[in-house]
Each structure stands twice: as structure tokens, then as C-alpha cells.
Design a protein. Structure first.
Length: 483
């Protein structure tokens, strides 16, 4: 492969436009390694002119890309997955450096899920019918055009893949704006796409901040589809701007998911699985089961199990293969999470393990102690707001109806779990949850299924057939006899 060295990637100071690096006239943004607090590289802070060049490249690439056959597009996407597999060690090293994700998950999860998602789009599109009949009409599902895609820092490649896979198989072209905290994985992906043979302009990357670069992308008149993943706060703004331009928009936003253990559920398994799930990526996951709901009479038992699980996690250098929990992405993120732990204590929660203090043996880096807060009431701030760190709130309930009310009692509705030895009963409870995804008696992620949230967790779906429709327009054609 002719990909550049990691050092070159970290010091390129340019955007990826029309199949190559394109210098920016803007200022540089210094990117930090959250474990060492050292600057690892610089990227450009894109301005409106940079965004315009990228969108025009995507727009110019559209006609030829739309003419490609589905088979050609699927072959290219399969080739891209092979290139990504080959580049996995480099991509994983970049993700460990920019996100602070432990090496144990950077390759298998961050990069592995990325290719898993892209391969799922190959499978989905192969079976998808781009033409349908509706009454007397033939419906043609056609690419919507240029998609402007904005992604956060927590799972930088995976969240690009959820949009990119759909865009590529539906023959849309794209401009991505990755998070200013984690831009390098996206720029590396751009090189991998060129290596795989994608035509210039199909995938473009403009780096920069949200309110400047991101908003310029959302506002650009040639962008027909806006696909945003990030906080509910920024999503609200992006949604409003997209509405102003009457653009199709999908929003993948925050979560406050409940891991609901019914009285007959396997508590030990639920807490073991839920603790890992809640602390994956240092708890910086939109689908984290950050609330553990247990029968009141089993609160003490559940608290002990959770304290053992989180207390046993190894916090430290993400490059060390034995590390379970790395740093949070930034000083600001760590302060925010510590503030939430302190607010929980102030409002009457009890710390079963962890706490707001920085780990004593880690003087540098944005580390937070995996923390179990118990005796948490549903109205506490820690039970209502997304903490986005390794913090698990244990909340007791009296009966099943109250458990469902608590589970549904936040502004969010992204993910969740139900545990019961009676699977049919668990499914019935799952149907009562106002949330886009529910796991029953375990945890898994199926990229063929739709992904997205109810309420303030978002609008629209990614992945699955629903995810394809987000990038398609439906054209109904009716033919009448000329005789
Ligand atoms: P964020 O909203 O601060 O930033 C996300 C992206 O949006 C970044 O690229 C940022 O630069 C950009 N942005 C910020 N303000 C913008 C604006 N006004 N206009 C255009 N773009 C703007 O979120 P974050 O801190 O990077 O990510 C964490 C959040 O993302 C959490 O709330 C998490 O739950 C959510 N998230 C959701 C999903 C999902 O699929 N539902 C997945 C991962 C993360």
C-alpha cells in the first residue's frame, strides 16, 4: 500500500478535497493526546471557502457516480473494507492517540465495527429494491445528492461508517466534517478510500470547528442531505439550520439508556454485561446503559456487584493492552463528568466505588475513576442528563410499572436492555420502552438493524433499510396510454 506514514497524517494541515490533500488558508487546530496531554498534530480550521470547494467537488462528482452500477459500487466498498483491514494497526494507533481508546478496543471495536458496518451495507444494498410498484406508479429510489455529514469524537470511524456506507451504496457523494478533537482517523480513511479506487470527489473531508466549519456545511445550498451525530444541543441547531434550507436531515443525538433488570432477571449477568457496556470507551458511548434499574429489595446486591465490576477495571495508559478504561477525550470532558459525580453526591446519591477525585496514580491525562452511584432517585441530575463518562447510576424501583416509568422518564430514548428469565415477558416490557433499540438478556450490535432514537435522541435512522432510505428520494412515475 502507498499510504503515508502516521507522522505525515498528523502534520498535514489540509483538507481532503477531490481525492487529494488541499491546503487551507485558515488557522491551525492543535490536537491533543488525552492520555499524555501532548499535542500530537495539527489540522486546518476550515472556513466557508474550504467548505465550498469540498461541496463543489462532491457536486461535480455526482453525475458520474450516479451512473455507476450497484455492482461496481459494492465491489468498491468491499475493496475499501479490505484496505481498512490491512490498515487496521495504523488506524487503531491513530484512534488510541486521538480518542484515548484502549488498544484492546481500538482495533477490534473501533476499526472492526467500522468494516463490519460497511460490509453490512454491501449485504443490505444487494437485497434492496431500488425500484418498486405502488398502485399504478413505478417508484424509483434515487440518490438524494450531496450529503453533508458531521460526526463526533467518541467513535470517530464507526460513526462515519454509519453514514458513509449508506451514502456510497445509494450513489450519493459526501462531505464529512469530523470532530475537531479527532480529525485524523477521518483523514486516514480518505487515503484508504483513494487507495481502494474511489473516484475523486465522492468522499471529502473538511476539518474545523462546529459553529464555523460545521454550520457552513449545513447551510451550503448544494448540500441536499444533512446527517448529524453529536449532542442534542448541537443537533437542535443543525436541525434548525437544515430546516431553513428545507433539507432532509437526520440527527443521531444523546442518550440516557436504562438497563432494566426485572425481578426474575439474572442480576449477576445483567450487572456484569451492563457494567462493561456502560464503561465501553470510558463511558463515552451514546448507547451506554448508564442507568441500572433494579428491584428495590435487590439494590444492595446490585450495588455490590456493580462496585466489584467497575472497581476491578484497570484505568490507565490506553496504549497498554491491559487497560480497560482510558482517559476521557479532553480536560473539559473530564471536568464535566467529575462535576456530575459531585452533583450526584450533593443530591443524595452514595458513591459505592470511584468518586470525583482523579486517580491517585495518574497525575497526567484526563482520567476519571469508574464510579458507581447508588440510591439514585430518578429526578436527580445524574439520572436525567447524559454524563458521557464511566459512571453508572443504580436506581431502585418498586414494581414493573414504576420501572417502565423510570426507564421512560428522561428526555432521551436511544437504547436499553431488559432482563428476565421469561423471554416473552421481557419482550413485552421492551415494547413498552420509548427507545429506538432494546437488547433482551444480553448485549449485541447488529449493523443490519436500524439504529437511532426516540424523543430527543434523534430524528431518523442509520443503518438497516431505514438507513438507506435516509439517502434516497422516492420518485413516483405514472405512465398513461397515449392512445
Ligand atoms: P458535539 O455536538 O459537541 O459535536 C459533534 C459534532 O458536531 C462535532 O463535529 C462538532 O464540531 C459539530 N458541531 C458542534 N456544534 C455545531 C454546530 N453548531 N453546527 C454544526 N456542527 C456542530 O458532540 P460531541 O461532544 O462531539 O459528541 C458527544 C455527543 O454525541 C453525545 O451527546 C453523544 O451521545 C452523541 N452521540 C450520539 C450518537 C448516536 O448515534 N445517537 C453516537 C455518538 C455520539
Amino acid at each position: 500500500m502507498s499510504l503515508r506514514s502516521i507522522d505525515e497524517v498528523l502534520h498535514q494541515r489540509g483538507h481532503w478535497i477531490d481525492g487529494r490533500l488541499s491546503p487551507s488558508s485558515g488557522q491551525d487546530i492543535a490536537v491533543e493526546n488525552p492520555a499524555s496531554e501532548q499535542v500530537i498534530g495539527q489540522v486546518a480550521d476550515g472556513d466557508a471557502a474550504d467548505v465550498d470547494r469540498a461541496v463543489r467537488a462532491a457536486h461535480d462528482a455526482l453525475p458520474a457516480w450516479r451512473e455507476s452500477t450497484l455492482d461496481e459500487r459494492l465491489a468498491l466498498l468491499t475493496r475499501l473494507c479490505d484496505v481498512l483491514d490491512e490498515d487496521c494497526p495504523q488506524l487503531a494507533a491513530i484512534i488510541t492517540a486521538e480518542v484515548g481508546a484502549p488498544a484492546a478496543i481500538a482495533g477490534p471495536a473501533h476499526v472492526g465495527f467500522t468494516t463490519g458496518i460497511l460490509r453490512a451495507f454491501v449485504e443490505l444494498a444487494r437485497d434492496f429494491s431500488f425500484t418498486a410498484t405502488a398502485g399504478s406508479a413505478t417508484v424509483f429510489y434515487e440518490p438524494i445528492g450531496v450529503a453533508g455529514c458531521i460526526t463526533p469524537w467518541n467513535l470517530p470511524l464507526i460513526l462515519i461508517a454509519q453514514k458513509l456506507g449508506a451514502a456510497l451504496v445509494t450513489a450519493c457523494t459526501t462531505v464529512f466534517k469530523p470532530s475537531e478533537l479527532t480529525p485524523f482517523s477521518a483523514l486516514r480513511l480518505a487515503e484508504c478510500m483513494a487507495e481502494a479506487g474511489y473516484p475523486p470527489g465522492v468522499f471529502n473531508v473538511v476539518t474545523g470547528y462546529g459553529p464555523s466549519t460545521g454550520e457552513a456545511l449545513v447551510r451550503h445550498p448544494l448540500v441536499r442531505k444533512v446527517s448529524f451525530t453529536g449532542s442534542t444541543r448541537a443537533g437542535r441547531r443543525v436541525g434548525a439550520l437544515a430546516a431553513d434550507g428545507v433539507k432532509r436531515v437526520s440527527l443521531e443525538l444523546g442518550g440516557k439508556s436504562a438497563n432494566l433488570v426485572l425481578p426474575d432477571g439474572d442480576l449477576a449477568q445483567a450487572v456484569a454485561t451492563g457494567s462493561q457496556q456502560a464503561c465501553f470507551n470510558a463511558g463515552q458511548s451514546c448507547i451506554a446503559w448508564s442507568r441500572l434499574l433494579v428491584p428495590a429489595e435487590r439494590l444492595a446486591e446490585a450495588t455490590d456487584l456493580a462496585a466489584d465490576a467497575l472497581g476491578g477495571m484497570r484505568v490507565g495508559d490506553p496504549a497498554d493492552p491491559g487497560t480497560d478504561v482510558g482517559p476521557l477525550v479532553s480536560a473539559q470532558a473530564a471536568e464535566r463528568v467529575r462535576g456530575y459525580i459531585a452533583s450526584g453526591i450533593e443530591q443524595g446519591a452514595r458513591v459505592a466505588v470511584g468518586g470525583p477525585e482523579r486517580p491517585a496514580d495518574l497525575p497526567r491525562g484526563h482520567f476519571v475513576r469508574p464510579t458507581v452511584l447508588t440510591d439514585v432517585r430518578p429526578d436527580m441530575t445524574v439520572a436525567q442528563e447524559e454524563i458521557f463518562g464511566p459512571v453508572l447510576c443504580v436506581i431502585p424501583y418498586r414494581d414493573e410499572d414504576e420501572a417502565v416509568v423510570i426507564a421512560n422518564g428522561t428526555p432521551y430514548g436511544l437504547h436499553g436492555a431488559v432482563w428476565s428469565r421469561d423471554e416473552q415477558h421481557a419482550l413485552a416490557v421492551a415494547r413498552r420502552l420509548e427507545t429506538g433499540m432494546v437488547n433482551v438478556n444480553g448485549y449485541g450490535f447488529d449493523p443490519l438493524a436500524p439504529f437511532g432514537g426516540y424523543k430527543q435522541s434523534g430524528v431518523g435512522r442509520e443503518m438497516g433499510v431505514d438507513g438507506l432510505h435516509e439517502f434516497l428520494e422516492a420518485k413516483a412515475v405514472q405512465c398513461y396510454s397515449t392512445r
